[in-house]
Design a protein around this ligand. Structure first.
Ligand code: OGA
Ligand code: NI
Length: 317
């Protein structure tokens, strides 16, 4: 059908997973193999919690610049707390991204064996309720992520609980993103073309236009999720683990058309990471004569993450 309009990433319902896990796994796996992306409704993260999180996000970024900068962790690679406007740069890009963000990590018990690799959270004094809201949201993303990973495992012919030990106490990061209004003459884009580093990303807020994926034919395809749906994409760690059977697809956030330039865009990606000591080692079932092992050398997720954060300017070597 060469004259059909541009393809759309189809919307799936995570509610189907409970009814027919194999069918859901096939649909999710199919969408990932085709686009590296999936659009998922009924993801189970409560709407009232999401509404509270948006209110907190907007209130935080509305604070004066010098207040926000109190939460910049010098030398911390942006892993926790505040990262100011124009810090991050996509690998190989010439302009910094037009965004500021806040990172929430996992709360670990004192003395936890990952304490050395997963730094403690910092929390702002205001808005009130910020910490509780995002600890709750982090847990809800964890739950949704576990269900999605179990479907991915089924699709790959692994036991449905295969990822459980890999992601237990994992180094996931919840990012609150603010893309401020864009002046007419702004150089650069909201987020330059990039791939995500982690296993999968679960993103809320993509209803506000701008997110595009680089399709296999070389064209940019706009992602238009239904209200409240989650956009889920494969990151480089899952691509590497699956020997590129599940592709980590390049994506970007373009600047809005003139009539939306005066508006901020907010989004909340949850970058689902394995535990720091998880060994990313090509899954044997993804190695074939036509698709030989692209990564004969395995690497821990901690070492892999460090290499990549240097590349994108968040860690200075
Ligand atoms: C990211 C990203 C997309 C968005 O933060 O890695 O791709 O819509 N964000 O904000
Ligand atoms: Ni991304």
């Amino acid at each position: 059908m060469s004259d059909s309009p541009a393809a759309q990433v189809p919307a799936l319902s995570l509610a189907d997973e409970a009814k027919d896990p194999d069918a859901f796994a096939a649909a999710l796996g199919g969408s990932f193999e085709r686009y590296g992306f999936a659009v998922v409704s009924d993801h189970g993260v409560p709407a009232d919690l999401i509404a509270r999180a948006w209110a907190m996000t907007e209130a935080f970024f509305a604070l004066p610049e010098e207040t926000k900068r109190q939460y910049l962790v010098e030398g911390g690679g942006g892993a926790r707390g505040y990262t100011p406007f124009k810090t991050e740069i996509a690998k190989g890009a010439t302009h910094v991204d037009l965004k500021e963000f806040w990172h929430v990590g996992r709360e670990l018990a004192k003395g936890h064996r990952f304490e050395g690799q997963m730094t403690p959270n910092v929390w702002p004094d205001q808005p009130e309720g910020f910490r509780d809201t995002f600890i709750e949201l982090f847990a809800a993303f964890d739950t949704a992520g576990d269900r999605l990973l179990s479907a991915i495992a089924r699709h790959l012919g692994l036991a449905p609980d295969w990822f459980d030990p890999a992601v237990k106490d994992g180094n996931s990061v919840l990012r609150l993103l603010h893309y401020p209004p864009i002046p007419a003459d702004a150089p650069g884009v909201r987020a330059g073309a990039h791939e995500d580093i982690n296993l999968i990303t679960l993103l809320l807020g993509a209803e506000e236009a701008g997110l595009e994926l680089l399709d296999k034919d070389g064209n940019w395809l706009a992602i238009k999720p239904p209200e409240g749906a989650m956009v889920v994409n494969v990151g480089d760690m899952l691509q590497r683990l699956t020997n590129h059977v599940l592709p980590s697809t390049t994506h970007r956030v373009v600047n809005p058309p003139p009539e939306r330039r005066g508006h901020s865009r907010y989004s909340m990606p949850f970058f689902l990471h394995p535990a720091p000591d998880f060994l990313i080692e090509t899954l044997p079932q993804t190695i074939t004569a036509k698709n030989p092992d692209r990564y004969p050398t395995s690497i821990t997720s901690h070492d892999y993450l460090y290499e990549r954060l240097v590349e994108i300017g968040l860690i200075k070597k």
